[in-house]
Ligand binder design. Sequence first.
Ligand SMILES: Nc1nc2c(c(=O)[nH]1)N[C@H]1C(S)=C(S)[C@@H](COP(=O)(O)OP(=O)(O)OC[C@H]3O[C@@H](n4cnc5c(=O)[nH]c(N)nc54)[C@H](O)[C@@H]3O)O[C@H]1N2
Ligand SMILES: Nc1nc2c(c(=O)[nH]1)N[C@H]1C(S)=C(S)[C@@H](COP(=O)(O)OP(=O)(O)OC[C@H]3O[C@@H](n4cnc5c(=O)[nH]c(N)nc54)[C@H](O)[C@@H]3O)O[C@H]1N2
Ligand code: SF4
Ligand SMILES: [Mo]
Length: 759
Amino acid sequence: MKEEQDEIPSGINRREFMRLATLGSGMVFLGGCGDIRELWQRQPVIKVDSWHQGFCRFCGTGCGLQIGITDNKVVDVKGHKYAHNKGRLCIKGIMNRDILYAGDRALYPKIRKNGEFVRASWEEAMSLVAQKFREAIDAHGPDSVAFYGSGQLFTEESYTASKLFKAGIRTNNVDGNPRLCMASPAFGYTGMFGLDEPMGCYEDIHHAQSLFITGSNTAECHPIVWEKILDNKRSRPETFITVVDPRRTRTAEEADLHLQILPGTDVALYNSMMYEVVRRGFVDQEMLEKYILIKEGDETRDFEAFKAHLDDYAPEKAAAICGVSAELIREAAWRFMDSSASMSIWTMGLNQQVQGTAANQGVMALHLLTGQIGRPGATCFSLTGQPNAGGGVRDTGALAHALPNGRKIKNPEDRREMEALWGVPEGTIQPKPGYDAVSMFKAMESGDLKCTLVMATNPGQSMPNTNRYREAMKKTFLVVADAFDPTETTKYADVVLPAAMWVEKGGMFSQSERLYHYVPKLVDPPGEARPDLAILTDLADRLGIGNILPSRTSEEVWEEWRKISAHSYYNFNGITYERLKKIPGLRWPCPTEDHPGTCRRYVPGEDPLSKGTGRLDFYGRPDGRAIVFIHKQQAPPEPPSEEYPFILTTGRVLEHWHTDTITGRLPETKKVPVDFVEIHPADARRLRLENDMQVRIRSTRGSAPFRVTVSRRVREGLIFTTFHSSRNLINDATIDAVDPVSKQPAFKYCAVSIEPVQA
Ligand SMILES: Nc1nc2c(c(=O)[nH]1)N[C@H]1C(S)=C(S)[C@@H](COP(=O)(O)OP(=O)(O)OC[C@H]3O[C@@H](n4cnc5c(=O)[nH]c(N)nc54)[C@H](O)[C@@H]3O)O[C@H]1N2
Ligand SMILES: Nc1nc2c(c(=O)[nH]1)N[C@H]1C(S)=C(S)[C@@H](COP(=O)(O)OP(=O)(O)OC[C@H]3O[C@@H](n4cnc5c(=O)[nH]c(N)nc54)[C@H](O)[C@@H]3O)O[C@H]1N2
Ligand code: SF4
Ligand SMILES: [Mo]
């Protein structure tokens, strides 16, 4: 056992911190994450009464844990050896031990009276909430209320919320933070394959000879996925890693090829790579003949028209748009097409753009055209951000346009089918989609939304253009269920409801590879905190529509839900609590209780839902053919100007989680700075800026203070910061422009100025 160290010495910088972290580690990972428990263990674990299987509550990697419990307390966590992470965890995974005991847990309901919060009983708080909902619905109709949820709720909770609002209250105003996160891949996949969610699995990483990582800082945001990639590289050095990212991230540093493109130019890049595929004769003819349809909007196009479209993106032309050389584009294309198996991995760099859906579909099209799909290691694999943004929200249809299992609000047959499955009268589900996230906050601003329940998300910090939407939140009766208080959202609430989190309640998560796994309830929540499921069923009862929710425990809800899934192509009927209490997860499709789960979807012989004996069966599409869309590169939403000459892009660092309501309260992680803005040395010189100087980042919408970090990670003209800090609210400056298809906001691009702040 190493000497215990209380906390990171003050004044330590991040690089030093990471070095220490890896030095103190029994397991050292190149991704900069490691098993640093020994370094940080403030109190030695004396005694663990019992160990339980569970899963990390942070990112969509979905790592398995062993959770040690003593006296109703989580006293230790370690990586689950038999889960896909093979015992490994990143720093956030290790922090699962401490998250329940960080300061500022919300312990009691609070009601705002005469502008001040006062403590209330659950009875008082919930009857007020129900009264406000009832008044709004009676006076202004069901569409005057809304639910804004989260990819961090359990599946049972998101499913219940969606059912309560869509079939009980009869409004489709159900959306949530997955709109800020996974909407573009959801629309991307659905548009091309007829169904959402990736078709591959983590195992593909070990078979891939070429990895095409784009718009993903995997090393910091999906660290254990990154470890798998490095495992592959270590055991097979011929593995080639291409990274496309305007920043030289820690992921890009380890790549064999880095394309440091200008932000928002992905569509041009992928078109250019496809141009090369065609020019070099790497189009998979069988795919073209049997499995693909080419479309421009709704119109079908032939291959000649497709080629003519690609001519506009010959590498020399695309180079001028993307800001990288034609040689680099050719090299990237070559590495992708001329490999035994190519796998692409992507996240927010693509999703959070006004052309988010088009960029997603560009990557997918590369796979279809080259036939790099449906084989071990050949797959287009979008990583899920939150622990349950896939299963909890996309599968359950807890979004304003959606119904369970890929059904759509707009489709009358889908509505009829869900009404029958839910046992509610025909016509119950309204035909009009509800408000997507940004529209929902605009409806608060206009006064159309009288009453809103926010659960497990902190939009006061995480929405774009937050100045505007924090004001908007004042105009609705705002009910916030959160595990911590204060947050930038609870500050604006009329009622704060203390929520149990993670192993204080239990339920199902589903991570990036469609794998459902079970998190058991292991300890009691603090104070009077309650599970979100209990809050939802209580609200239903008080609104007099409790009968809509016959399933009351997580397990009952799951039973109901898995049986509903059996009527769809998202079939996980075979995934039961009983099975998942014993094994660390199952991937769907999994139609029966003896089915082992599916690694590769759409592959006859492997996927139980695919038919025939061909190479692929895209059964989500009526003709079994996936669609390759023609997309053209568009101009950015807000190009830099004389007044706002810099492009701002925002993202994450390894140690912090989103709006820092959790990691910002843990003694270990909160020491890692988040108040920095990366500025290229040439820009810093011009503006006479040096390290640690204070500046204000300003857009037409708002501004936030930051500390300068002069860095070659960014290109000239581009600056980067995170949205983690509540003292440096960068979303006051970001733009609320959205992708017109997915309605996902473009957090990765807006024009700003940098103003020095006099000390
Ligand atoms: N440590 C940590 N891990 C997390 C999270 C966290 O908060 N902290 N959150 C989780 C969640 S919910 C999510 S959604 C994921 C996000 O995971 P990532 O998407 O990997 O994280 P980001 O830092 O938001 O953005 C990724 C990269 O996109 C790049 N980028 C910006 N613009 C463009 C562009 O135009 N094109 C391309 N190709 N790239 C671009 C950025 O430079 C950045 O490096 O992380 C998950 N994991
Ligand atoms: N500028 C910029 N903004 C971004 C992004 C970006 O890249 N750049 N990324 C976007 C993305 S991808 C995402 S996913 C969002 C994330 O944005 P948010 O969802 O707002 O971020 P979190 O901090 O994870 O908020 C979760 C909240 O739920 C609480 N909580 C935790 N567990 C529970 C629980 O079990 N029940 C309840 N009721 N509460 C709980 C936490 O205390 C916290 O307040 O941010 C988006 N915003
Ligand atoms: S990689 Fe993600 S799921 Fe795994 S331990 Fe880290 S935060 Fe948790
Ligand atoms: Mo996300």
